[in-house]
Design a protein around this ligand. Structure first.
Ligand SMILES: [Zn+2]
Length: 214
């Protein structure tokens, strides 16, 4: 959802910025398509790198914990009991739980990972999937304001881009609000306001540059 919002705002701005320089439809199409691809690839690459980095960090922390459990099981068991006490479990019960969970190596590592490191060791390594998803969501957002330029040009295309961009921004904002359990009206209007400001600025800059290059 957020990726689609990024794509939408990026390309509403880009398309209207180039259109503001009163370029012809084919130039707008070229710029918009380049913006779509550049943005989508950049999002996908960023996602791949950051998810990979998180996974490697988690794997390294797990390795350290695995070693500590192997070398000092008694200290790790006391540490586990202390973590349960800190969460409000009575001392006797905390000891019992820690003893039971420490009896099995896999369960012990899993418990230490979740409680101590805040890592879910079973989380799937989905870097590629996250990467493809962010490529697609940016692309979907970016294609919307570009779409009219394949069928129209000039003022008609500009107005179509603005209308499609505004409707898409409102809908996306509403969905983001709905998913986040926040005020749907407020997130919808905020998304629209961001799109208007971004597109307005680039349209203005495009107009100025368009005049200066003529
Ligand atoms: Zn530990």
């Amino acid at each position: 959802m957020l990726g689609a919002g990024d794509g939408l705002i990026t390309n509403v701005s880009l398309v209207l910025g180039v259109a503001g320089a009163s370029a012809n439809a084919s130039t707008v199409r070229l710029a918009g398509t380049a913006g779509l691809l550049a943005g989508a690839f950049s999002m996908a690459a960023g996602e791949l790198v950051s998810v990979r980095a998180q996974q490697e960090l988690a794997e390294r922390e797990l390795q350290v914990e695995r070693q500590e459990l192997a070398e000092e099981p008694e200290a790790e068991r006391r540490e586990l009991a202390a973590m349960y006490r800190a969460r409000g479990v009575p001392a006797g019960d905390a000891e019992t739980v820690a003893r039971i969970l420490s009896a099995n190596d896999r369960v012990a590592l899993d418990t230490h990972a979740r409680l101590e490191l805040g890592i879910d060791p079973d989380a799937p390594g989905a870097a590629e999937k996250a990467s493809v998803l962010s490529f697609l969501s940016f692309g979907v957002g970016a294609v919307l304001p570009l779409f009219p330029w394949f069928f129209a040009h000039g003022t008609t295309a500009v107005i179509s881009s603005v209308v499609i961009g505004a409707i898409a921004a409102l809908l996306l904002g509403a969905v983001i609000g709905l998913l986040g359990g926040r005020s749907v009206t407020r997130t919808a209007l905020r998304q629209l306001a961001v799109a208007i400001v971004a597109a307005g600025i680039t349209y203005g800059v495009g107009s100025l540059l368009g005049v200066s290059t003529k």
